[in-house]
Design a protein around this ligand. Structure first.
Ligand code: PEP
Length: 261
């Protein structure tokens, strides 16, 4: 972890919990757990619970020590005939962050590199923090294509941003084979990916690249998080399963704070 970049730990709740009251309860427990910890902690509930969760935690905030609220996806367009979708304007009413290009959306909802590019630019233009996800499939890793996949997805994700500096961009490196499998990457492999990501960002904007928090995601838990946070280019985590337990999530935030010093 680099002392200039504030740690960011985001919880991707995916399609959980099933009931609004449970979502609100979890949000309040997380807010209380991370209160005052010098990190940007973020919870990303299902879209339908965004407004209730946001209200329960006081609207959410990007400030360290508070709790941010994020969506798990959004449409790039501001309005129009997009049945079932959510616009950046709607997301921005309840949230400060939005996860984009998650591998589950790429896999199950045909999200493309071009689509992710449009969404990242739209999120930034609407004052949201885009958390853009990149990462290789198991077969791509076996074929030695990890770096090529990261490069392709990352170059696409930032391609429509006018600049990196000041856009508040966050990148999450999430090897797809590590998501929900209990088979996390090694700290060394995650650092290699994060260093590659920072080098590509630096090609477009050498100063802006140093501002960008790069997160590791994929079976990150309180038991292995410290290994990632010890790496110089990893500034936090995108956490799935472990974010559904307030204590586990808070512990990961605490480990990020400890590593930041
Ligand atoms: C995720 O879905 O972004 C994720 C990292 O999930 P998990 O932590 O459960 O692997």
């Amino acid at each position: 972890m680099n002392e200039l970049r504030m740690p960011v730990v985001a919880g991707n709740w995916k399609m959980n919990p099933s009931r609004s009251a449970e979502a609100v309860g979890l949000a309040v427990s997380v807010r209380d757990g991370v209160a005052g910890l010098p990190a940007r902690s973020v919870i990303c509930p299902p879209t339908i619970w965004l407004a209730a969760v946001s209200a329960a935690v006081g609207g959410g905030s990007r400030e360290p020590g508070g709790i941010g609220v994020g969506a798990q996806t959004m449409r790039a367009e501001e309005a129009g005939a997009y049945t079932g979708e959510t616009s950046p304007v709607m997301v921005a009413e309840a949230a400060q962050y939005v996860i984009l290009g998650h591998s589950e959306r790429r896999q199950y909802d045909n999200e493309t590199d071009a689509g992710v590019a449009a969404k990242v630019a739209s999120a930034a233009a609407h004052g949201l923090v885009p958390i853009a996800c990149v990462g290789e499939l198991a077969e791509e890793r076996r074929a030695g294509l990890t770096a090529a996949v990261i490069e392709r997805q990352l170059r696409a994700a930032i391609s429509l941003l006018p600049r990196i500096a000041g856009t508040s961009l966050v990148i999450a490196y999430e090897p797809v084979w590590a998501i929900g499998t209990c088979d996390a990457a090694s700290g060394e492999d995650a650092q290699a990916a994060a260093a590659q990501i920072r080098a590509i960002l630096a090609e477009s904007d050498p100063t802006g690249a140093d501002e960008v928090p790069i997160l590791y995601g994929g079976s990150c838990t309180p038991d292995n998080a410290a290994e990632f946070f010890a790496e110089p280019d990893i500034d936090g985590a995108l956490v799935g399963g472990a974010s559904l337990n307030a204590e586990s999530f808070t512990r990961i935030v605490q480990l990020a704070v400890d590593a930041h010093g």
